[in-house]
Design a binder for this molecule. Structure first.
Ligand code: PMT
Length: 217
């Protein structure tokens, strides 16, 4: 990879899952480990960028030389990402698996077991990626799309709807790839091209993604 491809660029990356509280002891989340986003942060750092990593709760070590800002919920993610972009950002990459919905209320006390059935009301979360890409001063914005069917169609739809410069489509139906695994395989789409990368280690995929983004930015 060309060292210095992102020299002097400020890069903000979201990674990991979010946690949406139900009560003081329970939450809704997903299988994201943060590995893909942490690998991207290391790759961007190696390309010479100043990197801010906005991370949901994960159990992996942050890459050295990268500033980490920890968040829990999707609402935190939007707030912290907006501040990071306000501070200056040339490239925004959203690899986090943000919960689309959160419980409408977080119970103040632990919910007790009572009836046989329990209904949980969920409300939509704010979309960090769409919000950042929709700013008048939007950085070059790259999204991810985790899909299990019609990957190319849903990914290119998301790119258009969220006004992205590129989207990294991740078929998360393939065993051993995607969520919480060491390896991944992706197809990247931009308005007039596409390329498939992998299967390979997440670090190798991240290195190639950063190379590709550097040539488009
Ligand atoms: O963390 P790992 O275990 O390494 O797994 C990596 C991964 C599978 C999580 C990653 O490669 C990936 O695909 N991330 C995106 C997961 C996802 O939630 O995709 P989505 O199609 O639901 O969301 C589309 C895009 O909008 C994503 O860039 C997402 O970060 C962003 N988004 C979504 C909802 C929301 N409220 N805010 C957002 O910013």
């Amino acid at each position: 990879r060309s060292a210095g491809a992102l020299a002097d660029k400020r890069v903000v990356i979201t990674a990991g899952p979010t946690r949406e509280p139900i009560d003081p002891v329970r939450y809704i989340t997903n299988h994201s480990s943060g590995k893909m986003g942490y690998a991207l942060a290391a790759a961007a750092r190696d390309a010479g960028a100043q990197v801010t990593l906005i991370s949901g709760p994960v159990s992996i070590a942050p890459p050295p030389g990268v500033e980490v800002r920890n968040v829990i919920t999707a609402e935190d993610m939007l707030r912290v990402a907006s501040v990071a972009v306000d501070e200056g950002c040339d490239l925004f990459i959203a690899s986090a698996a943000v919960a689309d919905y959160r419980p409408q209320i977080c119970a103040e006390d632990k919910i007790k077991k009572s009836s046989e059935e329990m209904l949980l009301s969920l409300v939509r979360n704010p979309d960090t990626l769409a919000t950042i890409a929709g700013r008048v001063d939007a950085p070059f914005t790259v999204g991810f799309a985790a899909e299990t069917t019609d990957v190319a169609k849903y990914a290119t739809d998301k790119m258009q709807r969220k006004k992205l410069r590129m989207i990294v489509a991740n078929d998360v139906s393939v065993p051993g790839l995607g969520f919480n695994s060491e390896n991944n395989a992706v197809t990247v789409f931009w308005p007039d091209g596409q390329v498939s990368i992998g299967p390979d280690s997440k670090q190798q995929i991240a290195d190639e993604l950063i190379d590709l983004i550097s040539t488009h930015i």
